[in-house]
Design a protein around this ligand. Structure first.
Ligand code: SF4
Ligand code: SF4
Length: 204
């Protein structure tokens, strides 16, 4: 990966300062450091008054380029990701643009009326994918997709529960090809990150 967790890396100047927030350094993946999503970076200083990155001047290019939506000027000033409980960014999955909501912990979306309001605004035009950073290498970890047509898809392993307003839930099985591909991609990613981490240890 050349950018954090496949999110689009914006190269524009940030509109807001991150301050003491360093949530993206926890929830997103950074291949250049062999860091998985959902784990703190070794250089991270959460809540530090001088900023969340201990190697700010020499941080990797992907870190330098990354902007979450809040830092780019979206939402209210009070919605800083570490206070909101999630890092929000626009990205594409295949050809489909999406709002990604990377929860700081599982259940952050359900617990936050503000996150729900933001997602409701976006889902009018874009799918919204909500997932926690925990267990990122588990191909069966649950996530949720809110679609513009009003459907909510709750995905766990190869099971999809489809919820529509005013209709009973429907259970579907994910196409086998989709699940197999996801398992394969995660396996390759795990090996690659282990290789990068080993190289970094050798250089230290
Ligand atoms: S989540 Fe956004 S505001 Fe927080 S450190 Fe990352 S880029 Fe900055
Ligand atoms: S190097 Fe700095 S900016 Fe990059 S993930 Fe680590 S703490 Fe965050």
């Amino acid at each position: 990966m050349s950018a954090r967790d496949s999110d689009s890396a914006a190269h524009s100047e940030p509109v807001r300062a991150c301050g003491a927030c360093s949530l993206c350094c926890t929830v997103l993946r950074v291949d250049a450091l062999g860091k998985l999503g959902g784990t703190n970076c070794v250089h991270q200083r959460p809540g530090h008054p001088e900023g969340g990155c201990g190697v700010h001047a020499r941080r990797p290019d992907v870190c330098r380029a990354y902007r979450c939506l809040w830092q780019s000027g979206s939402f209210e000033a009070a919605d800083r990701p570490d206070r909101l409980g999630a890092v929000l960014s626009l990205t594409t999955e295949g050809e489909t643009p999406m709002l990604f909501v990377h929860e700081a912990h599982r259940g952050a979306y359900e617990a936050s009326p503000r996150l729900q309001a933001i997602a409701a605004d976006f889902r009018v035009t874009l799918p919204v994918r909500i997932s926690a950073a925990e267990d990122v290498m588990d191909p069966d970890r649950p996530y949720r997709v809110l679609l513009p047509n009003g459907e909510d898809h709750l995905v766990t392993g190869d099971r999809i529960t489809v919820r529509r307003p005013g209709a009973p839930d429907q259970e579907r099985r994910m196409p086998l090809l989709d699940r197999s591909l996801r398992g394969l991609v995660l396996s390759v990613r795990r090996r690659y990150l282990a290789f990068v981490a080993a190289q970094l240890r050798i250089r230290q």
